[in-house]
Design a protein around this ligand. Structure first.
Ligand code: F6R
Length: 258
């Protein structure tokens, strides 16, 4: 697409079409996996707008986020829980009284990995990760996984070198990722050193995957993911092995493709 607005509209339309085409029943709701960061912001804004216009409802959708910083409480302003609350869920959280209305997802139908232990269970990070995997299984798997891509080719927080078989787990963030994400924090020293992330194996088990890449900063990662060899040094290159993947880019992010 020629710009990020068009690329984001394409993703938004695709998500709406897939949800509207799905027939939920007692045993299976549509399970949508979601990213955070700068990339999905326009998509979330547009989904909220279409929801307001009655073109889409999240009543029968279950969302499950890709990752969360380890050590951040849900109300920390840089936690991904807080990000989702601000950009997507707040209508559910505020029980319809928010000044700005977002999507109509019921309160118990969105899930994020807990960055810090939640009372009364106080699970360890390892236990939270295996609970998350069991949750995905009990939901009948992921129908559509919407992902961003890191400048270093990561998907979710699966940094270069991650095994393609890994499931949800606690990871150490690459220094490059902490540097890139320092723009959201006071400075790099405040960026958590670890995160909880869905594994590549978990993401690859989704029925369909869509990746949005915007800006020239992503062009090298996009080229390595699509035209490089399948290599765990560019985790997103594993997507070449999935049967149903769509990469959506603006012109700048695809400028290095042949
Ligand atoms: C975030 C996530 C990450 C980001 C990636 C790009 O939930 O899974 O993989 O998608 O780091 O981040 P932005 O969009 O900020 O460039």
């Amino acid at each position: 697409h020629s710009n990020k607005e068009e690329a984001s509209m394409f993703i938004c339309d695709l998500i709406i079409n897939r949800i509207n085409a799905f027939k939920p029943n007692q045993n299976k709701k549509f399970v949508l996996c979601l990213p955070t960061g700068s990339t999905p912001l326009l998509v979330y804004k547009e989904l909220a707008e279409r929801c307001k216009q009655g073109k889409i409802s999240f009543e029968h959708v279950i969302t499950i986020n890709l990752d969360e910083y380890a050590g951040l409480e849900p109300d920390h302003e840089q936690s991904y829980y807080h990000f989702m609350e601000e950009s997507f869920f707040s209508k559910a959280l505020s029980e319809l009284t928010a000044p700005f209305e977002l999507v109509d997802i019921p309160l118990n139908q969105f899930h994020l990995l807990p960055g810090s232990p939640i009372p009364p269970l106080n699970e360890s990070h390892e236990d939270s990760c295996s609970t998350y995997e069991s949750l995905i299984t009990s939901l009948g798997g992921i129908n559509l996984s919407f992902c961003g891509i890191g400048e270093n080719g990561h998907i979710a927080f699966n940094e270069p070198g991650s095994s393609f078989n890994f499931r949800t787990r606690l990871v150490k963030l690459d220094e490059e990722t902490r540097k890139v994400n320092a723009r959201f924090f006071y400075d790099k020293s405040h960026v958590p050193t670890h995160a909880l992330t869905m594994g590549i194996g978990t993401i690859m088990a989704a029925q369909e995957i869509i990746v949005l890449a915007i800006d020239s900063k992503k062009s090298e990662a996009v080229r390595n993911a699509l035209e490089g060899g399948i290599n765990h040094l560019c985790p997103a290159s594993v997507l070449q092995l999935h049967e149903t993947v769509i990469f959506v880019t603006d012109e700048e992010a695809s400028q290095d493709l042949k």
